[in-house]
Design a protein. Structure first.
Length: 120
């Protein structure tokens, strides 16, 4: 069973419940640019089936699924954390690189990257 984190365009609010009901997330970037930035943070990631990347190492076990808006624009990324002691900090580093925020399915709120970034 995995822990899923949705990386997407989110407004600068402290909690999910503060997101305005009429908020419409925008695409987060073009596929090539997003993949290049993922590989900058997770150079061990291997691309499969076009829109999947798998980052596996001693302390990292992530599957990243890229969801498209259209042929070139990425709507959001789902990170499936399969295990690994440093996986959460890897997600935090990825969020920092992308300049984005994420929803955490474990808590039902925003992913708190602030306390994890230094661990990677």
């Amino acid at each position: 069973m995995s822990w899923d984190i949705f990386i997407q365009d989110l407004p600068p609010v402290p909690r999910v419940e503060d997101i305005p009901r009429d908020f419409k997330p925008r695409p987060i970037g073009d596929r090539a640019g997003i993949i290049a930035r993922i590989l900058k943070v997770l150079p061990m990631a291997e691309r499969q089936d076009g829109d999947w990347l798998f980052a596996k190492g001693d302390d990292i076990d992530l599957s990243l699924q890229i969801h498209m808006e259209d042929e070139t624009l990425v709507r959001y990324i789902v990170v499936h954390v399969e295990g690994g002691e440093q996986s959460a900090t890897a997600v935090a580093a990825l969020l920092r690189e992308l300049g984005l925020r994420a929803m955490d399915t474990a808590t039902g709120d925003l992913f708190d990257a602030a306390t994890l970034e230094e661990g990677l």
